[in-house]
Design a protein around this ligand. Sequence first.
Ligand code: UFG
Length: 327
Amino acid sequence: MKVLVCGGAGYIGSNMTYILAENDYEPIVYDNLSKGHASAIKKFELVRGDLADTELLEKTLAEKKIEAVMHFAAFIEVGESMQNPLEFYRNNVSNTQNLLSAMEKCGVGKFVFSSTAAVYGMPDAVPIIEELPKQAINSYGETKWAVERMCHFQSLTGRLNYAALRYFNACGAGQNGTIGEDHSPESHLIPLIIAAAMGKREDVKIFGNDYPTPDGTCIRDYIHIEDLCSAHLLALQKLDSQSELLYNLGNGKGYSVSQVIETVKRVSGKDFKVTASPRRPGDPPVLTADATKAIKELNWQVKYPELEKIVETAWKWHSENPDGYVD
Ligand code: UFG
């Protein structure tokens, strides 16, 4: 089956591209390379294009005989989403509407969508189950929720089968630590800590140490990139018979910022400066997933339940690629 991987040159999309190929799918990457890295997907076919380019999208879907689309091409920086909400709506919502319209026109009816735990905002209870209220507190989460609703209504027409997968904290490197995380600028905790361990940053800043958690720092649910991608594959297979799939994807286990820092110190064998900083606006104290639904319905099995192993893969990638991807 030919699968168009929108945003396939990005961190999650590139890992997904490899996993699709390993499982006898034929991935074709569609990416404008505004954030992604062509060198991450050298082995694969790349259509360099924008999701706003209706003509190129329709041509690609039709000529390549695409049967399913996986969509990772979105802006993800929460802070930026509050500075430029209209840009987020344009890229994350309008461009996805354009993609879905092109799919409808070309008769492509399977769609796997990259959603986020940010749709829950400040949840009333953790671990989070899928039914909790969707009350995003930033425009990033709200744009992802808007797309979920768009897919829901389109699925009711019978012309779309879709899966919305709500990620918690994606991390680690896939393909034996060879396909890693390289954002610019970087804002994610694990790569920032690793940069400090490599001497590329002066320190690691802990955003708030007075949260109501055992060590006062925020707790998150870190899920290895390959585990995340394996759930996408299972969801895609289930779309043969189901029109709407909604799953949280997380390990179900939380680690605090301080625990993550200690883990990187252990794995890397390096020490570095850690500085207490003010809270980052909009950070809930604890975000962990109840992924029971995905585990049961998709038979999803996590290969990396332990943070230590996840960090080892990230450390391997960063130490072997100290300058990130060189395109
Ligand atoms: N943190 C620090 N110092 C840093 C960077 C982060 O203390 O330098 C803390 C944050 O405050 C947070 C935790 O580390 O408590 C994790 O932060 P990340 O920025 O790595 O990840 P988030 O949990 O904020 O966000 C991630 C994704 C989002 C997604 C969200 C859903 O990056 O795209 O999970 O929960 F929306």
